[in-house]
Ligand binder design. Structure first.
Ligand code: GDP
Ligand code: MG
Length: 343
């Protein structure tokens, strides 16, 4: 397997100058290029290939949780904190509800405008609309673009409902689940799912009653989860190959607890690097991206075949769909076998 043979100057029309601009650190170019990715402009995949060559593997942090838990408020405070540390930041706010409500998109547009006044922060919201290759693929493409642009950290905010979003957030190096006081029952209800993806919990709105109790419930669940995973009786906290999810209390509106939250993110990242998990996480993300793109290509091939053979397919409606598709898949299968043999 080799990288792309494409160079910047090979790119289509304005993609050439946009990619050049992105590599030069021009925000307007980045913004326009992301629009090309979102709209599936001709040749955008080639642009992403070239960007990939310039990517350094920027650190990504996923922030997820139910609507209204305070994710956006928290992300804003996290950005301030990371900026204080001298880091440049990219923010991707994925909002699946936006085509219907429009409300949060308006809010995000305001955030986008005020945030993009700081040249070291790039904010972008993405709705579920469009995306020829799917929302997850488009989000990863935007991560590659922000990475090549030179961002040090990328925050990805999602509501965390639905397969697409889980796919997006799982691919982040560190996943932060934002819970709120009294959410114990909800958390309990889908504890397996949440326990599985969270590296860090932020119990936000800690100014409200019940925050400590919610944090304790989470701690207890983490404890049980870790015990179930381990057959020996040792303390998982002493095992360098095991990450014990952290629970931090935050009041996003006042910025309280944000320092500790960032410390927890840093500790998790250090764990990933030291344990070798980072390479595995990245490899999983890469595989996921390849699967997504491959799936899209195969969908297109299926369209082509069905289209080309339409007469044949409709000629005899007594043939069942399984037999028909098995017949059509024969050449694909043969090609795959041949490809794997050559390897
Ligand atoms: N009391 C309290 N309210 C908060 C806190 N953080 C956020 N909020 C409020 O909760 C509401 C939803 O916040 P938002 O960041 O938009 O939530 P998102 O939907 O998860 O992005 C807003 O009115 C915030 O001001 C907090 O720590 N305490
Ligand atoms: Mg939000």
């Amino acid at each position: 397997m080799s990288g792309t043979d494409l160079a910047v100057q090979d790119l289509n029309g304005d993609l050439h100058s946009l990619v050049e601009g992105v590599l030069d650190g021009n925000q307007l170019s980045l913004s326009r290029l992301i629009s090309r990715i979102e709209n599936g402009a001709p040749g955008y995949q080639d642009a992403v290939k070239v960007l990939h060559e310039h990517a350094t593997g920027t650190r990504t942090i996923g922030i997820t949780g139910q609507p209204g838990s305070g994710k956006s408020t928290l992300v804003d405070k996290l950005v301030d904190k990371l900026r204080e540390q001298g880091l440049t930041v990219g923010v991707i706010a994925v909002d699946p509800s936006s085509p219907y409500s429009g409300g949060s998109v308006l809010g995000d547009r305001v955030r986008q405008t005020s945030r993009n006044e700081d040249p070291n922060v790039f904010f972008r919201s993405m709705s579920a609309r469009g995306h020829v290759g799917g929302l997850a693929a488009a989000t990863f493409d935007v991560v590659h673009a922000m990475d090549a642009f030179g961002k040090d950290v990328i925050l990805i905010e999602t509501v965390g409902a639905g397969q697409n979003e889980v796919e997006i957030v799982r691919a982040a190096d560190t996943v932060c689940v934002v819970a709120i006081p009294g959410a114990g029952d909800d958390v309990q209800a889908n504890k397996a799912g949440i326990l599985e993806i969270a590296d860090v919990f932020a119990v936000n709105k800690a100014d409200l009653d019940g925050a400590t109790a919610t944090a304790q419930e989470l701690q207890q669940m983490i404890r049980i989860g870790q015990d179930l995973e381990r057959s020996d009786a040792g303390d998982p906290a002493d095992d360098p190959d095991t990450w014990v999810p952290r629970v931090e209390l935050t009041v996003a509106t006042k910025g309280e607890g944000v320092d500790d939250l960032v410390d927890a993110f840093d500790d998790h990242y250090a764990f990933l690097e030291e344990s070798g998990e980072l390479a595995e996480t990245r490899a999983r993300r890469f595989e996921q991206e390849v699967r997504t793109h491959l799936g899209n290509e195969l969908d297109h091939l299926a369209d082509d075949v069905v289209e080309a053979r339409r007469d044949l397919l409709t000629e005899d409606s007594s043939v069942d769909p399984y037999t028909t598709s098995e017949e059509l898949v024969v050449p694909f299968r043969r090609a795959v076998e041949e490809y794997l043999r050559d390897d």
